[in-house]
Design a protein around this ligand. Structure first.
Ligand code: SAH
Length: 487
């Protein structure tokens, strides 16, 4: 975060504006709206500023800038059209540890004024940290359109009855539900229709109803492979409503960032040295504890919870303990990472079927039907494959799949830094090692993988398919093309 956003209370506090033109006038007006005690200094002022000074509590200093003006002020704004002067004011302010905004000059400013959507007392502030003010303004326009002006009245009404709301809905969760109802229900509609008395009556009626007892539940939600744009609307909603989030290693930071700020986040991925059974027991107990305490528990998993995600075991546990649950499917890596690598899973000429598999390299756990996997014109998608890659290659070759079969290995699929490696099965392990592919990586084996280099549109693609064995000896082994980021 380049700038730390804050909302300041300027009521009765002295703020200096240096400048007397149209820009200074705009700044003076918005500072006055916040109740600041404004001092404006410049050799000359616009007629409107002179007029304003007659009715509003502002002091005009009609002379050239003097350093003493900075004494005793809380904030300063430099709005002159003289960059050298602005620079000098900024330097003096810096020495005094005074926050200063130089209008349209992020370099000289120690604070910036965001674009604002004003639904007072609700205020939405947007900043691009000076990087793209136009973008921030465009965003502001969109947000303006999203929220009806009655939102301000809603916030004011809630403020008026805040004490009663706190008293009659003492539990945080019930209170949150009440506010949801306030936003979505009859109070908001009445305010939209300018019926203030109806709105207030509806609010008080609802408050007077007895509080329902809290019942916790667990939402088992697939978070997709990483790109937060691939979340479902239901997953997003669950992130907004959760009290506690139990999440795994594969859940991306970008997804977690969308969760309610005050939700408790608990990492429940496997810790070093812990076996699967212990991890799972720990997760079960946490889900139960929190749900019985009446919380909304979000069990968040990478991809889809029912695809190599132990979601089934977790639901069996919840069902056995009578804990209510819901399930929100997510985009599994096999669907999403391949789409981002330009690999269609089925294709009229190349593959009539697709299988999602996971490999266990120990003999006693291996229940896969290798001879059937070795048949051509089918797509195999291996999860958790990187550590087993040598063994996977050997198994497929031993059972008769051609060494020429194309493969694709997708690392960090759908995330920043996605890399895709395409080559032939006989070189799978060697190439993966050479290019240092690591978890999380998804392995696709089958004729469709050959389409990847051509249809690639996201991240980096390393292609070893085009080169024959002979050519490869001549050329350097690494050919990377960077597709433009469309997402
Ligand atoms: N439930 C998850 C899979 C969990 S198994 C899902 O539906 O996607 C973990 C394996 O999934 C990883 O070892 C890797 O093979 C694959 N995987 C998950 N996310 C991935 C990503 N963003 N990029 C590449 N592979 C991924």
């Amino acid at each position: 975060m380049k700038l730390f956003p804050i909302f300041t209370d300027l009521k009765g506090r002295r703020v200096l504006v240096v400048g007397g033109g149209a820009v200074a006038e705009r700044k003076v007006r918005s500072l006055l709206a916040a109740g600041a005690d404004v001092v404006a200094g410049a050799p000359a002022f616009t007629p409107a500023l002179l007029e304003l000074a007659r009715e509003a509590p502002i002091t005009l200093l009609q002379e050239a800038f003097r350093p003493e003006w900075l004494e005793g002020v809380w904030l300063a704004v430099a709005a002159t059209d003289d960059r050298d002067l602005n620079g000098r004011i900024a330097q003096l302010a810096e020495q005094k540890r005074l926050f200063i905004n130089v209008v349209d000059d992020p370099e000289l400013s120690s604070f910036q004024v965001p674009s604002i959507v004003d639904r007072s007392p609700l205020t939405i502030a947007i900043s691009s940290s000076g990087a793209a003010p136009v973008l921030a303004r465009r965003l502001r326009e969109r947000i303006e359109a999203m929220f009806d002006h009655s939102l301000g009245a809603l916030a004011a009404l809630a403020a008026l009855h805040r004490g009663a709301i706190r008293r009659l809905r003492p539990g945080l969760q019930r209170r949150r539900e009440f506010y949801d109802w306030l936003l979505d229900g009859p109070v908001s509609s009445a305010l939209g229709a300018q019926r203030f008395d109806d709105a207030e009556r509806a609010l008080l009626d609802e408050l007077s109803k007895p509080e329902k007892t809290a019942a916790g539940e667990v939402l088992l939600v697939g978070a997709g492979p990483g790109d937060p744009g691939l979340l479902t609307l239901k997953a997003l909603r669950a992130l907004n409503e959760a009290d506690v989030i139990l999440y795994d290693r594969l859940v991306s930071d970008e997804v977690l960032d969308l969760a309610r700020r005050d939700a408790e986040r608990v990492f429940v991925g496997k810790t070093p040295g812990e076996d699967h059974h212990a991890t799972q027991t720990r997760i079960h107990e946490l889900m139960r504890e929190h749900a019985l305490a009446g919380r909304r528990v979000l069990r968040l998993k990478g991809g889809d919870a029912f695809v190599f995600g132990r979601g089934g075991e977790e639901l069996e546990y919840l069902a056995a303990h009578g804990i209510p649950y819901r399930v929100v499917p997510g985009l599994t890596a096999g669907l999403a990472c391949t789409a981002y690598a330009g690999i269609p899973l089925t294709h009229r000429t190349h593959a009539q079927s697709v299988r999602f598999l996971t490999a266990h390299s120990s003999k006693q756990d291996d229940a896969l039907d290798w001879p059937s996997l070795a048949r051509e014109k089918q797509t195999l998608v291996f999860y958790m494959g990187v550590s087993q890659i040598k063994w996977l290659e050997r198994q497929l070759l031993t059972h008769g799949r051609s060494g020429d079969t194309p493969f694709s290995l997708i690392e960090n699929g759908t995330r920043a830094g996605q890399r895709t490696l395409t080559g032939r099965l006989s070189e799978l392990a060697a190439l993966a090692t050479y290019h240092g592919f690591q978890a999380p990586s998804l392995l696709v084996v089958g004729e469709v993988a050959a389409l990847g280099p051509r249809l690639s549109w996201y991240g980096t693609h390393i292609d070893h398919l085009e080169a024959t064995q002979h050519e490869q000896r001549q050329r350097p082994p690494r050919q990377e093309t960077r597709a433009f980021l469309h997402a």
